[in-house]
Design a protein around this ligand. Structure first.
Ligand code: ZN
Length: 103
């Protein structure tokens, strides 16, 4: 097996990127290194990928629109959105009577 594939398999087993971040955090704790890692995510206000979440604190500020947010809030917002999308689609498929049938 190729080296890369073995690595990918191992990653899968570990739970992917989530686990990597956990391991990085753990290593930093063991080595007493303070993490200053920020991950840019999409800002729910301006839709730019400029909301930087601090991996340690979960807090973030968007440097485009200055909105402050935290990771829990963001996940909640996007999980709700996903649910709404799902509902919309479900509604549409349940109440759609076909072309010309919606009046
Ligand atoms: Zn923003």
């Amino acid at each position: 097996m190729e080296k890369e594939k073995i690595y990918e398999k191992a990653l899968e087993k570990l739970g992917g990127a989530d686990m990597i971040i956990k391991l990085i955090k753990r290593l930093c704790k063991l080595q007493e290194i303070k993490i200053h890692m920020k991950i840019p995510v999409i800002c729910p206000r301006c839709f730019n990928k400029t909301l930087e979440i601090d991996v340690e604190t979960g807090q973030g500020v968007c440097y485009s629109c200055q909105k402050e947010s935290n990771i829990k809030e963001l996940v909640a917002v996007y999980e709700k959105e996903e649910l709404d999308q799902h509902r919309k689609f479900k509604n549409l498929s349940e109440h759609n009577k076909g072309v010309g049938g919606n009046y």
